[in-house]
Design a protein around this ligand. Structure first.
Ligand code: HEM
Ligand SMILES: *[C@@H]1O[C@H](CO)[C@@H](O)[C@H](O)[C@H]1NC(C)=O
Ligand SMILES: *[C@@H]1O[C@H](CO)[C@@H](O)[C@H](O)[C@H]1NC(C)=O
Length: 332
């Protein structure tokens, strides 16, 4: 009787364990220790080159963080964004969100070259982007997290996916929420991840519409603070100056903190897509207020959501390949 009870108990525990392993199976394929034996120095190599690049160019942390996002939203986190154009491949670098904007590719090349020298054909370009995003966050004062690894690199790219699936700065909140949902990311992920705009720059062309003609009626976006709008208009005229740069967080532009959310509460978000987090729905507004008041919770949610974004449809096992040069597929 006792023995039978113990057996039943055992079987229930096994069943529960199986259920749990199924629930987490999407991410279970990735493993923080993936390179522990094949390339134990991988994380150190990435961190040291990201550190050097960040020292030489304080904007680089922001640019590397954004590359991981633009990779994951197109065909999953598979380094598709890193492929250059060929006769048969249209690079995602030419898409509207990336053209004249995405940067940091030379740093990725340098990291990859160092990894190939230390452990040939072992560490994927997709994992380089995930690690560089984490290191960039830490180096600017943000939270750290353990990066699940083992992503493999794509054999192709999707410029259509890059144009359609990455949210645009003039998208409405419902459209943005839909695009995040498409990747399995919810409202908490959205509001927390947009906190990335606490560092880095935007070009004039990404927010001109809201300065002059938000809805096509010749009226500016009135949710933008009038004095902030005046400052932005000075270097972002109705025409010309498209590439002029502005800090996304003008208060602490190089520090990963919760100032971004405080700016939103002051109606000083730079992009329309930033400000709609406050004006677009009570649920997102509540999260903006929470993160503005409590940086620890922002950091916790940010770290969790970065891991979640990094788990979007990775190639694993025998799918894809480990590129030797992040800009091109292997020729073998
Ligand atoms: C609704 C979603 C988002 C929209 C519409 C959006 C849009 C933009 C735009 C328009 C820029 C300026 C690009 C330029 O003008 O050159 C930018 C910059 C940036 N974005 Fe986002 N973004 C979104 C979400 C995210 C997420 C999820 C991350 C990271 C997890 C991120 C990280 C960054 C960073 C770090 C920069 C500065 C890059 C640099 O200075 O090189 N963004 N974003
Ligand atoms: C958003 O911006 C794009 C690119 O500038 C433009 O083609 C599109 O018409 C804009 N959409 C809206 C709804 O204003
Ligand atoms: C505002 O945008 C609309 C549609 O994009 C355009 O027809 C109109 O001429 C613009 N108005 C001004 C004042 O720029």
């Amino acid at each position: 009787m006792r023995k039978g009870g113990a057996m039943t108990m055992m079987m229930m525990m096994v069943a529960v364990a199986l259920v749990f392993s199924c629930v987490s199976s999407a991410s279970a394929q990735l493993d923080p220790h993936f390179y522990s034996h094949s390339c134990p120095q991988a994380q150190q190599i990435v961190a040291s080159i990201v550190g050097k690049a960040h020292y030489q160019d304080p904007r680089m942390a922001a640019s590397l963080l954004r590359l991981h996002f633009h990779d994951c939203f197109v065909k999953g986190c598979d380094a598709s964004i890193l492929l250059d154009s060929t006769a048969s491949l249209a690079s995602e670098k030419r898409s509207v969100p990336n053209k004249d904007s995405a940067r940091g590719f030379e740093v990725v090349d340098e990291i990859k070259a160092a990894l190939e020298a230390a452990c040939p054909r072992t560490v994927s370009c997709a994992d380089v982007l995930a690690l560089a995003a984490r290191d960039s966050t830490v180096m600017t004062g943000g939270p750290g997290w353990i990066v699940p690894l083992g992503r493999r690199d794509s054999l192709g790219a999707s410029i259509q996916g890059s144009n359609n699936d990455i949210p645009a700065p003039n998208n409405t909140l419902p459209t943005i929420i839909t695009k995040f949902k498409l990747q399995g990311l919810d409202i908490v992920d959205l509001v927390a991840l947009l906190g990335s705009h606490t560092i880095g720059d935007s070009r004039c062309t990404s927010f001109r519409q809201r300065l002059y003609n938000q809805t096509g009626n010749g009226v500016p976006d009135l949710t933008l603070d009038a004095s902030a709008a005046a400052v932005l208009r000075q270097r972002c005229p109705r025409s010309g100056g498209d590439q002029n740069l502005f800090f996304l967080d003008h208060v602490t532009p190089f520090k990963f903190d919760n100032q971004y959310y405080k700016n939103l509460l002051a109606n000083k978000g730079v992009l329309s897509s930033d400000q709609v987090l406050l004006t677009g729905s009570p649920a997102t507004a509540d999260l903006v207020k929470l993160y503005a008041a409590n940086q620890d919770i922002f950091f916790q949610h940010f770290a969790q959501s970065m891991v979640k974004m990094g788990n979007v449809s990775p190639l694993t096992g025998a799918s894809g390949e480990v590129r030797t040069n992040c800009r091109s597929v292997n020729h073998n």
